[in-house]
Design a protein around this ligand. Structure first.
Ligand SMILES: Cc1cc2nc3c(=O)[nH]c(=O)nc-3n(C[C@H](O)[C@H](O)[C@H](O)COP(=O)(O)OP(=O)(O)OC[C@H]3O[C@@H](n4cnc5c(N)ncnc54)[C@H](O)[C@@H]3O)c2cc1C
Length: 470
């Protein structure tokens, strides 16, 4: 092993954490290193603490040895944030999997970091409440991972990102200090809001162990439609019109460009597949009859005003599920070979021209070659995904696509990450979206909280020195 942590320390951590607490050998290497990744985990050891104190014990030992630690949640992250080398150890949150309490009065739920998003959603629902956070990876991703990446998802337009749905959290610093900031109130201005340090910092400042989630009243009415638009101006006007007419209930506005729709809808598309844009629209409300009426009225008005060319409104839960599956069916793109996935954000007013620029740059660059680029995303939040199948998964190929996707963002002050984060994958592009002063402050925070640089080293940015992770 090439670890800084000695065999004696690993054995003694094994004694403290118990037989399920430390995995080595095939138990580690046979595990996939992420969703959609076939290769195993390179790190030789996985620590599986079962509570906060055990997390602190592991980190204290690793910090003393200068041992790099990579935290693993559900491994659905898409920016190589959880990738390991033989020099790393993994700290997995999979045994931190309890929902500790739920308060209907306070509308809060206290969970451990390894609880799956779907598990928490189901629990909230069974108590007549809702956890607003939602995304296609719900069955595998963890709330700790959601917070570490400040995940967005399908309802951001109405309920915000993860940081808007977390009231407080507990994290363990690199030296084993437990910072318990499990605020359960909507308002708390007693000093700095420390949870925000950890939310979106991709595991570089501390390991999140517990979260106090904000719950909302469960919706009673859910109205969903798929509509087609003839041009992008109609898409933006439709968003404005629905926002105004649905009285604040609009909760999803997901746009699918034509070729993505054609691919995922297959042989039986709910709407003819020859419009340039398709929008999955959803409204969540409290009054079943009145909300349905209002939703139908809003869609009809959009048709009358020529914003919408064709529409299908769901009449059952099964129809709704089928439409969402269509939106989330990213796997279909992988039938066309290896893909590169991009996640960017920008103002809606720049979106049409930006997408045209990227597609044109790729067309010129790959002139005459066989390739596919699909565009879709949470466009109502200004967040787009490109999925690019360029024939191989070589880094040199990826570099060429990255230039086409990221460079045009600089002129329009867009972001190289809408919701997936930076990880290892995007760090060299960070200066496209952040000033030198912003990056310097991030580095100072890292050096203050993790002076030994053991937590998820070299993710988001480099601190200089040897970089095993490239
Ligand atoms: C099908 C699919 C759909 C997706 N849809 C969306 C979407 O709509 N919106 C969106 O934002 N993302 C989406 N994602 C990306 C992914 O699901 C999110 O980034 C998610 O938040 C990752 O959670 P995880 O538990 O899988 O974290 P992991 O992949 O395990 O880790 C992600 C990062 O967080 C760190 N980390 C994990 N747990 C902790 C912890 N407890 N403390 C500190 N650091 C930690 C890891 O070290 C790593 O850097 C999607 C992914 C897939 C595969």
């Amino acid at each position: 092993m090439k670890l800084k942590l000695s065999d004696e320390s690993i054995s003694s951590l094994g004694a403290e954490l118990g037989p399920d607490g430390v995995l080595t050998g095939d138990d580690v290497s046979n595990r996939p290193s992420g969703i959609w990744r076939s290769e195993g985990i390179a790190a030789p050891v996985i620590f599986r603490p079962a509570n906060t104190e055990e997390v602190a014990t592991v980190l204290r030992a690793c910090n003393a040895a200068g041992q790099p630690v990579i935290t693993h949640g559900g491994l659905t992250g898409l920016v190589k944030g959880a990738i390991t080398t033989e020099q790393d150890v993994v700290l997995s949150t999979e045994r931190l999997n309890a929902i500790e309490s739920l308060s209907v009065v306070d509308r809060t739920m206290l969970v451990q970091a390894g609880v799956k998003l779907e598990q928490a959603q189901d629990r909230a629902e069974s108590d007549g409440l809702m956890l607003a956070l939602d995304m296609g990876a719900r069955g595998s991703c963890t709330l700790g991972g959601n917070a570490a990446t400040n995940a967005g998802g399908n309802r951001v337009i109405r309920y915000g990102m993860t940081r808007d749905n977390v009231l407080g959290l507990e994290a363990v610093l690199a030296d084993g200090t437990v910072v318990s900031s499990l605020n359960g109130m909507l308002k708390n201005n007693a000093g700095y809001d420390l949870k925000q340090l950890f939310i979106g910092s991709e595991g570089t400042l501390g390991v999140i162990t517990r979260l106090m989630l904000r719950l909302r009243p469960a919706w009673r009415s859910q109205n969903t439609a798929l509509v087609a638009c003839r041009d992008f101006t109609a898409v933006t006007k439709l968003l404005q019109a629905l926002d105004e007419s649905l009285g604040g209930t609009l909760s999803a506005f997901e746009v699918l460009w034509q070729n993505y729709y054609e691919l995922v809808a297959g042989d039986n598309p709910p709407l003819a597949a020859d419009y340039p844009y398709y929008i999955l629209v959803e409204a969540l409300g409290a009054d079943i009859a009145a909300d349905h009426e209002r939703f139908l009225g809003a869609i009809s008005a959009a048709i009358d005003n020529k914003l919408v060319a064709d529409a299908v409104v769901c009449k059952s839960g099964a129809e709704r599920e089928a439409l969402w599956q269509l939106r989330d069916n990213v796997d279909r793109t992988m039938d066309c070979g290896p893909v590169f996935i991009f996640d960017v954000s920008l103002r809606l007013s720049h979106m049409e021209a930006y997408v045209d620029t990227v597609l044109e740059r790729l067309r010129i660059e790959w002139d005459g070659s066989d390739y596919h680029v699909w565009v879709f995303g949470h466009a109502g939040d200004g967040n787009l995904h490109f999925v690019c199948a360029m024939g191989d998964r070589e880094q040199a190929t990826r570099d060429r696509v990255e230039r086409a996707v990221y460079e045009p963002l600089a002129q329009i002050s867009g972001s190289i990450s809408g919701e997936h984060g930076i990880g290892l994958e995007k760090k060299r592009w960070l200066p496209t979206s952040r000033t030198p002063e912003e990056i310097a402050l991030m580095q100072r925070l890292k050096q203050t909280l993790d002076p030994g640089g053991i937590l998820n080293p070299n993710r988001v940015f480099d601190l200089g020195g040897a970089d095993e992770h490239g």
